[in-house]
Design a protein around this ligand. Structure first.
Ligand code: HEC
Length: 161
């Protein structure tokens, strides 16, 4: 587990930072934050071009477990895991590519120390978030590369409307 983690965790309280940030770092960054991670995501793929979705067992349970411990150490001071696991989250992400989400987290989070974890640790956190949402684990790990993760799209669960 140590090897996955490249920096020490600092606990911090989550502040309502949107406004702080907007004034603190200027208009460009402010508007980026408002658009959020989906702005980094390429347009959703037409259905017939989709090769794999998060319903196809694209991470392992073991990877999700590692992601959980990374989440607890580096994310839970500001986020509860339920923020990233709900019908609303699945709806919002559905059809988008996993690589865009991975890149957003990787280059923006933890908010007080962006890009401070290894690519593998970010992939593990994404696996954990998929697991939390009820997507099935499989035999292969999510790769820690956006180019490959962009071949996988988010989905709602099969029994969701
Ligand atoms: C120091 C506090 C802090 C830490 C630690 C932190 N975040 Fe964030 N995170 C934020 C803030 C502030 C936002 C901006 C959006 C908001 O205010 O909800 C955000 C936004 C996000 C979003 C986008 C939410 C959305 O609805 O679009 C994701 C995903 C996310 N964080 C994941 C993570 C992950 C994964 C980690 C751990 C690797 C992490 N964050 C660590 C403060 C933090």
């Amino acid at each position: 587990m140590e090897a996955l983690i490249e920096s020490g965790g600092e606990t911090c309280r989550r502040e309502r930072k949107r406004t702080v940030r907007r004034f603190g770092t200027g208009i460009l960054f402010g508007s980026f934050l408002v658009l959020g991670w989906s702005a980094l995501d390429p347009a959703p793929l037409p259905a017939q071009e989709v090769e794999r979705s998060v319903l196809d067992g694209v991470f392992t349970e073991e990877q999700a477990n590692r992601g959980e411990s990374t989440f607890r150490t580096f994310c839970s001071s500001c986020h509860s895991n339920s923020e990233f696991a709900s019908p609303g989250f699945r709806e919002r992400t559905s059809g988008r590519r996993v690589g865009g989400f991975f890149e957003y987290i990787r280059f923006n989070m933890p908010e007080d120390s962006p890009a401070s974890l290894s690519a593998g640790a970010y992939a593990n956190v994404v696996a954990y978030i998929l697991y939390l949402n009820g997507f099935p684990p499989g035999d292969e790990e999510l790769p820690p590369r956006a180019s490959e993760l962009n071949d996988i799209v988010f989905s709602t669960l099969e029994d969701e409307p």
